[in-house]
Design a binder for this molecule. Structure first.
Ligand SMILES: [Zn+2]
Length: 222
């Protein structure tokens, strides 16, 4: 069976772009790298997958280079991992003199995609990938975010699936530039203490990998 080439992007980690800070003051770029490495280790055992990671260790990689690399490698799917921070945060503890913020609620995952392209096959591929990921994450016990903080930024098309509605100059590059279907998975609300803890547990990550594997499996293996 042919392998499915999955490009796993550890979101952020470009120069000067660390992303959000979790309820425990962990940079998003460090969370996404650790989750991406975990997913890359697990996926080949769960189906016919070949994996490439967008960055490793202290490497800082520009987004344009990731998109080029995914194309040159022949990626079939581009999965960008992120976490979100939603709602008003309030300071609750300090780590090394920095305030960390939390907000219980606004939780759950969100799969983001873009319908901006003249290529209708690519647009359909993005939407299909987003929907399959959301369906499998829900089936594996993850809660879909309700989108309450997203008006004007994203429209929801089905539970947990959101299409980019930012103004044109603010649209998200990894959703509209890759040559293959691409999505962002906002895995959780990083200011929710319970979600932040859960997404660092190997049990959660194992179930997440199983959901991603089901969503990415070739039609013949579903
Ligand atoms: Zn992010």
């Amino acid at each position: 069976m042919d392998l499915v080439n999955v490009y796993i992007d550890a979101g952020h980690g470009a120069q000067g772009n660390p992303g959000n800070e979790s309820a425990f003051c962990v940079d998003e770029q460090d969370f996404t790298l650790s989750l991406a490495e975990d997913l890359a280790r697990r996926l080949p055992g769960l189906g016919p997958f070949a994996i490439k990671l967008s960055r490793q260790g202290e490497q800082r990689t520009e987004y344009a280079d990731r998109i080029t690399e995914a194309k040159d490698w022949g990626a079939d799917a581009f999965i960008s991992l992120h976490s979100d921070v939603r709602g008003p945060g309030y300071a609750w503890k300090q780590v090394q003199g920095r305030d960390c913020y939390r907000n219980e609620g606004h939780g759950g995952f969100a799969i983001l995609w873009s319908d901006e392209t003249v290529d209708s096959t690519l647009a359909a591929g993005r939407k299909d990938l987003a929907q399959r990921l959301a369906v499998e994450m829900i089936a594996h016990g993850f809660t879909a975010y309700d989108g309450a903080d997203y008006p004007g930024l994203y429209d929801t098309t089905s539970p947990g699936v959101f299409v980019d509605r930012h103004s044109p100059e603010r649209r998200i590059r990894v959703l509209r530039r890759p040559a293959m279907p691409s999505v962002i998975i906002e895995t959780h609300q990083a200011w929710d203490v319970g979600e932040a803890i859960a997404w660092n547990l190997p049990e959660t990550r194992a179930v997440f990998a199983a959901a991603v594997a089901r969503a990415l499996a070739p039609a013949s293996a579903r």
